[in-house]
Design a protein around this ligand. Structure first.
Ligand SMILES: Cc1cc2nc3c(=O)[nH]c(=O)nc-3n(C[C@H](O)[C@H](O)[C@H](O)COP(=O)(O)OP(=O)(O)OC[C@H]3O[C@@H](n4cnc5c(N)ncnc54)[C@H](O)[C@@H]3O)c2cc1C
Length: 438
């Protein structure tokens, strides 16, 4: 029997468990650990609450989770409740699938001012992540600035722009819905250092901004390159740029009909966040593109800002005992191998890029590497104590484990508490989750 511990129950964790099961059938036992009492990582706490069809991928992970040789071990934080060295004593292979939960910093003066957030915190707040449920952003001001030109920036801008009715069918948590429906926002500026051809936004998500009830997207046509130049773009980005062109063609009277404007400010590099205790404005330097890079022109201007959300990428949390690549912000690894018997996968391996689906080949490729290492003898003789050994240690430490069956009870309680039309009202407090599970 091979014993594998996977740390993290997000897409990368569950695709790896699925691949291990395909590889070894009944000859493997996989324990999938998570520090939260609930599974699925960013499917629950990252993917936007108004994108329920994307979240339905969790049904596939549930199939894996419900098989006899895979089990969910929730409410156990590796690096806190249990060390990596202890796990390695118990399992033949330990796989870090812990994602990249920390915001990359802007590195600007004023970043620590009130009402300035990183997207991990802000998205965690509206998605009910227990660590961020208490964030309480003040949305009473008129002006929001969202920094970044990727899909996370789009998610944040869209969530800020929607009406209460537009959240029908979503699982946005009650505290966020309350704050958003009372928001005073009239302008949301999306700031990007580079231009329309350099955006990282996918067409479907960008197109959604054009169909909002009370918000209208604004693009300055002078920021757009010649249309013929779009031919050099990769097809997905070309479609996204076509959306930007259609936004640039919206006539003024149509903008005037909407209460909220979502303005794309291209070639705009934030250089300082300004305020007294709380943010009041963002200072921006105009840029131009030289060899694909944004270079400052020296011309600066100021944008009023009552709330700022920086969506500029994520870093993995370092864990004692695991080599870390500081520059890249993820575990130091060679195609998923960190040290003998210690591996990583998903965002913890490659950084915060790609879609949910990108984690599938990642998980399958890693299991091939583990199989190679077992066959070559690199892991020594397999057949460590595995889950029996862990259960003994958990008892000794009095760990309050949440099983997959417990999670199903949490899920039922969340569904029962849902407001009309919503799939669930999430628990946002760890104690409440555990209580519902037990
Ligand atoms: C805001 C946002 C929106 C997104 N929207 C989409 C989308 O619409 N479509 C799409 O295809 N992709 C989307 N993505 C990308 C997608 O979510 C990722 O590709 C995917 O979740 C990465 O999977 P992962 O398993 O590597 O990490 P995660 O999903 O982050 O899972 C990591 C898990 O590890 C657990 N963990 C961390 N540390 C520990 C520890 N020490 N001990 C125990 N457990 C631990 C965490 O609790 C978490 O459950 C989005 C990402 C973000 C940030």
């Amino acid at each position: 029997m091979r014993h594998i511990a996977i740390i993290g129950s997000g897409p990368a964790g569950y695709y790896t468990a699925e691949a291990a099961q395909k590889q070894w059938g009944d000859d493997v036992q996989v324990d999938v650990f998570d520090k939260l009492p609930v599974p699925y990582g960013l499917i629950r706490t990252g993917v936007a609450p108004d994108h329920q069809s994307i979240k339905s991928v969790a049904r596939r992970y549930e199939k894996t989770a419900l098989t006899d040789n895979v089990r969910f071990v929730g409410n156990v934080a590796i690096g806190i409740d249990l060390s990596i060295a202890e796990l390695q004593e118990l399992y033949d292979a330990v796989v870090m699938a812990t994602g990249a939960p920390n915001d990359r910093q802007l590195g600007l003066d004023g970043e620590g001012l009130g009402n300035v957030f990183g997207s991990a915190d802000f998205v965690g707040w509206y998605n009910g992540h227990p660590e961020f449920a208490q964030l309480s952003p003040d949305l009473s001001g008129k002006n929001a600035v969202v920094i970044g030109m990727g899909n996370v920036a789009l998610d944040v801008a869209r969530i800020l722009a929607k009406t209460e009715a537009e959240f029908a069918g979503s699982d946005i948590v009650a505290h966020a819905l309350d704050a958003l429906k009372n928001s005073g926002l009239a302008k949301i500026t999306i700031l990007g250092r580079r231009g329309p051809h350099q955006i990282m936004m996918t067409p479907k998500e960008l197109g959604e901004l054009g169909n909002l009830e009370r918000a209208s997207p604004r693009v300055d046509r002078n920021d757009l390159p010649e249309e013929a130049d779009d031919a050099i773009l990769e097809p997905g980005i070309r479609k996204s740029v076509a959306h930007l062109r259609s936004f640039a063609a919206i006539p003024e009277d149509m903008h005037a009909e909407k209460a909220v404007e979502v303005e794309f400010d291209f070639f705009a590099n934030p250089t300082a966040i300004v305020g007294d205790g709380k943010v009041a404005s963002v200072t921006v330097e105009e840029t131009q593109i030289e060899n694909g890079k944004a270079v400052g022109t020296g011309t600066t201007y100021s944008i009023p800002a009552d709330v700022v959300v920086a969506c500029i990428g994520y870093r993995t949390s370092p864990i004692p005992g695991i080599p870390f690549d500081e520059r890249a912000g993820r575990f130091a690894n060679d195609a998923g191998r960190i040290l003998t018997g210690l591996y990583c996968v998903g965002w913890a391996r490659r950084g915060p890029s790609g879609t949910i689906g990108t984690n599938r080949p990642d998980g399958y490729a890693l299991v091939e590497k583990i199989a190679e290492d077992i066959e070559s003898g690199a892991l020594g003789r397999v057949g460590k104590a595995g889950r029996e050994g862990f259960d003994a240690l958990a008892k000794e430490r009095d760990l309050d484990i949440v099983t997959f069956q417990d999670w199903k009870k949490i899920e039922e309680a969340e569904a029962a508490a849902a407001r009309d039309g919503s799939p669930r009202e999430k628990f946002v407090d760890i104690e409440a989750m555990i209580k519902a599970g037990h």
